[in-house]
Ligand binder design. Structure first.
Ligand SMILES: Cc1ncc(COP(=O)(O)O)c(C=O)c1O
Length: 335
């Protein structure tokens, strides 16, 4: 195993674990190891700001709080497209299509590959296909953020569906990947940026430009965590063990969704809580407002982001009753 500036995991990325992907076989994908998901987004942003003809990136409204900062500091101009409908607590699909339709041709569009943070709301496969068709017809450049592959459904392939749909049409895209959650390597900062190009020649030129972005920023990535990832991805037995554990994690999160939903229903807490079981991934966008969140923090010592997002991974059967009491008190006292 060699350690180069593009890192030890540059040759294997689970988003393409179907190694028969034409993009991989035709050497049209360039991958550089980066500092987890955040660093991959930042390197991709810097590369685009330097070399891409459009400097505007559209991000979903809402999105992970760090996205606007990462891309603004990388030199891109950040705009938003509609994504979430607070009334249905689901996807605002019409709003999304309208906003992408009116984006300038060539603009960059940040898409969460799966398990959208903070809403837990993902497009269906049919909706992804419509998004793909619209984006390709307007030459919008997809930039996927894949921070939770395997955490949404428990299946790496199912969670890579959106990315593979775009890669499958032969067009260009960027993918920022994190192994922080799905391999439990948060502190090791392991991630990768892949750029799928139209030809092998472009991919090799893109790679040399990526190295020029990385060299003055942090020279090269740390070796230890990435060696763990590479060892697991290359070893059939370890890989099997990993996907079994990943599924157990995803199933536990889904189980916590059901426990919380059932407990709220049995408690008779006012409101329709079905979004808890419909949303996907680590987070639930509860719909609680900032006053209710502050009340729950003060009175029940329950901590969540002020937009009402809770991490399902942080819940256990033991803590569900306390959370339900807090939610019940919050929604009955503070409407
Ligand atoms: C949507 C999204 N993208 C990227 C990241 C960053 O991941 P990492 O910790 O690997 O930098 C996160 C982490 O919270 C996230 O939720």
């Amino acid at each position: 195993m060699t350690h180069t500036m593009d890192g030890v995991i540059s040759y294997v990325i689970s988003i393409f674990t179907c190694l028969d992907s034409p993009a991989i076989q035709e050497n049209r994908v360039t991958t550089v190891q980066c500092l987890s998901g955040t660093g991959s987004l930042r390197v991709g942003g810097e590369f685009l700001a330097r070399h891409y003809h459009q400097r505007t990136i559209y991000i979903p409204q809402p999105t992970w709080g760090n996205h606007p900062k990462v891309f603004t500091l990388a030199g891109l101009s950040v705009k938003t497209f509609r994504y979430y409908d607070p009334v249905t607590r689901g996807l605002n699909f019409q709003g999304l299509l309208e906003d992408l339709r009116s984006a300038p041709s060539g603009a960059i569009v940040l898409l969460h590959a799966c398990a959208h943070n903070p809403t837990g709301v993902d497009p269906t496969p049919q909706q992804w296909e419509q998004i793909r068709q619209l984006m390709r017809s307007k030459a919008l450049l997809p930039f996927f953020d894949s921070a939770y592959q395997g955490f949404a459904s428990g299946n790496l392939d199912a969670d890579a569906h959106s990315v593979r749909l775009f890669v499958g049409d032969g067009g260009e895209c960027l993918i920022a990947q994190s192994y922080a959650k799905n391999m439990g390597l948060y502190g090791e900062r392991v991630g990768a940026l892949s750029i799928v190009c139209k030809s092998a020649d472009v991919a090799s030129r893109v790679e040399s430009q990526l190295k020029l972005v990385i060299r003055p920023m942090y020279s090269n990535p740390p070796i230890h965590g990435a060696s763990i990832v590479a060892t697991i991805l290359k070893d059939r037995n370890m890989y099997q063990e990993w996907i079994i554990e990943l599924k157990a994690m995803a199933d536990r999160i889904i189980n916590m969704r059901h426990q919380l939903f059932d407990a709220l229903r049995s408690r008779g807490t006012p409101g329709d809580w079905s979004h808890i079981i419909k949303q996907i991934g680590m987070f639930t966008f509860t719909g609680l407002n900032s006053e209710q969140v502050a009340f729950m923090t003060k009175e029940y010592h329950i901590y969540m982001t002020s937009d009402g997002r809770i991490s399902m991974a942080g819940l256990s059967s033991r803590t569900v009753p306390h959370l339900v009491e807090a939610i019940h008190a919050a929604v009955t006292r503070l409407v």
